[in-house]
Ligand binder design. Structure first.
Ligand SMILES: [Zn+2]
Length: 384
């Protein structure tokens, strides 16, 4: 009995040794393979700029709580995306209803104030679609965040800036634009594919002229849009931006027009071609570390067309979801970097540190301030 036990015991021990040995060999092999394919950052990392780092792409949202005037479509509210966004904002529907939509902007302000790297965030209003009478079309609008709400709430926080949004088909579009300019807007944001705006429409010339008059850059979504439930991606074709570019408007085409295509050509390629033609065209690197956009940050940092044309944005709250993780870049970052970056609690510090480690140069982080400089100066003089 004892002998049988002992022989059985030693058989198990042999099996265990064999298993552990196998595990050790295979993990060594994995490390070896990892080391073999390790390609390092996309560019040699530089230090962060000394001047303020401004994030020009930060979203807020609301359900109308606290008389914010915000709303989202019933379809978006029911979709899984809404819960993902609420979680990324660090809130719940109940909390929003109880504390009001402004509490989200308060949360953003607190996180930005706690960030080591980011000094200011541009919080974006979001205009809706417009009907034939030039009025807000609630049934065709998926999300609406009014300018008045954002302007009022960001004014309460030193680390926040006002990103306006005006649908140029509104009958009073120019008056609204003037209002935003007088109330501290540092840029105007469009999602043409969602707001049903055709940037190539000649009827928009007066709007473009007014943008130029106010020195307001137009941050416009380009490329495929999948953050909402419907979008007409043809309207986000970079080629449609030729009209405002020719008129001399400063255009910042978001996310290097990542993931879509038009007329059989990648939107990013279409944007890259325009860069050579128009010195007033820029892009930004928000959302390019998301799991659904792998490869795009490398493209942004290594294609010569984008050299000198990129600025920094995060696309918060998406930057604070499981869509972004340093572990997606294990062939570009060392084990030490992976654990250090994953341990950063502040969403803005995590975003900046990850992008910097991957090789986003200091000039890109600094450029947002340069692009917004005329508006920041204007805002400053208004305060004095
Ligand atoms: Zn965005």
């Amino acid at each position: 009995m004892a002998a049988a036990y002992s022989s059985c015991h030693s058989r198990w021990r042999r099996l265990l040794v064999w298993l552990l040995g196998g595990l050790a060999v295979s993990s060594l092999a994995l490390v070896g393979v990892g080391a073999l394919f390790f390609s390092g950052p996309y560019r040699t990392p530089t230090t962060l700029p000394r001047q303020p780092v401004i994030d020009l792409h930060v979203h807020t949202a609301g359900i109308g709580a606290g008389d914010s005037g915000c709303f989202i479509s019933r379809e978006l509210e029911r979709s899984w995306k809404f819960n993902l966004y609420l979680k990324a904002f660090g809130t719940t529907r109940e909390e929003l209803a109880a504390k009001g939509d402004a509490s989200l902007i308060g949360r953003i302000a607190a996180e930005v104030a706690g960030s080591t790297h980011v000094t200011h965030a541009v919080v974006l209003a979001m205009d809706g679609a417009v009907n034939a009478a030039g009025e807000l079309d609630r049934t065709a609008t998926e999300i609406h965040v009014p300018n008045e709400f954002v302007a009022r709430e960001v004014a309460r926080h030193t680390h926040l800036l006002f990103g306006a949004s005006v649908n140029p088909y509104r009958k009073d579009a120019l008056a609204r634009l003037d209002w935003c300019a007088t109330n501290g807007a540092v840029l105007v944001k469009w999602i043409p594919s969602l707001m049903h705006i055709d940037p190539a429409d000649e009827r928009l010339v007066p709007f473009y002229e007014r943008l130029k008059h106010h020195q307001l850059p137009l941050l416009t979504h380009a490329g495929q849009e999948r953050s909402f439930t419907h979008a007409d991606d043809r309207l986000a074709d970079p080629e449609r931006l030729r009209l405002p570019l020719r008129l001399g408007v400063t255009i910042i085409a978001a996310h290097i027009a990542s993931t879509g295509e038009n007329e059989g050509e990648r939107d990013t390629d279409r944007l890259a071609k325009l860069m050579a033609e128009f010195p007033n065209l820029y892009s930004e690197i928000s959302s390019l570390t998301q799991a659904n956009k792998l490869g795009y940050l490398k493209e942004a940092l290594t294609r010569p067309e984008f050299e000198g044309r990129l600025c920094y944005g995060s696309d918060f709250p998406l930057s604070n979801t499981a869509l972004v993780s340093p572990w997606l870049f294990r062939l570009n970052l060392t084990g030490e970097q992976l654990s250090r970056l994953s341990a950063l609690a502040n969403p803005w510090d995590r975003d900046v540190a990850l992008k910097q480690a991957l090789g986003v140069p200091d000039t890109v982080f600094a450029r947002t301030e340069t692009l917004l400089a005329p508006r920041l100066a204007n805002r400053q003089s208004r305060r004095e």
